[in-house]
Write a new protein. Sequence first.
Length: 243
Amino acid sequence: MLILFVRVIVLYLLVFFVLRLTGKRQLSELQPFDLVVTLLIADLASEPASNTGVPLIYGIVPILALFLLQQFISFLSLKSEGVRKLVCGQSVVLVSRGVVQEIALRGSRYTLSDLMEQLRSKDVFELADVEYAILETNGELSVLLKGPQQTPTYQALHIPSPEARPPFMLVQDGEIHHEALSQAGYDETWLHKQLKKGGAACIDDVFFAFLGSDGILHIQRKHETGGEAVYIHTEKKGTEKEK
């Protein structure tokens, strides 16, 4: 039993590191070749993990061989467009200038119902709103709406845009993230003042608090202290306005 436990741990660590080294993409984003390698690695690991009669090396060597093969083909794909097309395939335009490409649909084994389902997953319910729809090599559908249906930008509206930066998570589960607070340009005194404005008596009462790029401080107290969410607009340092 101990031997079986150790074998499973060894194979788990091996598969984990091999898949970790192949990239960080999610399963839905894998190219067909990468998906095949992933499935084969899982299958090769299962037999020696459950059967002590199979030498452990019989699982390790094929897994490493598949990893090296995947890395080699990935390298060739980076260097050669022909290899990349052979391995990954090509994107297919299913809708062009508002017209559904019937031949492209058939070639991709796509029905009109499949197309509409994919469009709805992109929050597009009217086919007439679509200018282009492209089926990517990983199976995702990229959609470009017609001009009148597109969301206007700050530049198009000629209004100043907020600073483009990720939000700063200042407090999480009652703990202050000092590095994020420093990057945001504030200190603990300022933070405690804002938390009190948000109804939090102490830091332990706060479920989370983050400062968005729009200058709004989002505060939510823990469930046991009410669970209320409060938004405080920070116009400038030291100048706040509760919403």
